[in-house]
Design a protein around this ligand. Structure first.
Ligand SMILES: [Zn+2]
Ligand SMILES: [Zn+2]
Length: 118
């Protein structure tokens, strides 16, 4: 049985099927909500289960971030940086930390808290 298109509600056959945002779309129906620009798996941006082009993706919503590998990596990186800043209690110190030294620094920080909790 073929699924129905999330846009037009008509049956989507395998040859014209786009499986995105937990829904099925006709290739022609998978376009930007705002400007109707045709999208594909590689250039669409999903927001509230609707596809948008790069220009019309609702950027004002900072809380909704797609969990792409790149976004996850950036998120982890910024968390790491804020951790360092927080631990130092001053922004100035984190400037002097290179990636290598900050890794050692965080490692010693973890072992410090590890011993504290015992
Ligand atoms: Zn359709
Ligand atoms: Zn658009």
């Amino acid at each position: 049985m073929n699924p129905q298109c999330a846009r037009c509600g008509k049956v989507v056959y395998p040859t014209e099927k786009v499986n995105c945002l937990d829904k099925y779309w006709h290739k022609g129906c998978f376009h930007c909500e705002v400007c109707k620009m045709a999208l594909n798996m590689n250039n669409y941006k999903g927001y509230e289960k609707k596809p948008y082009c790069n220009a019309h993706y609702p950027k004002q919503s900072f809380t909704t971030v797609a969990d792409t590998p790149e976004n996850l990596r950036l998120k982890q990186q910024s968390e790491l940086q804020s951790q360092v800043t927080f631990a130092c209690g001053a922004n100035t110190l984190s400037v002097y930390l290179t990636p290598a030294t900050s890794f050692v620094f965080i490692l010693s920080l973890y072992s410090y808290f590890f011993h504290m909790s015992h």
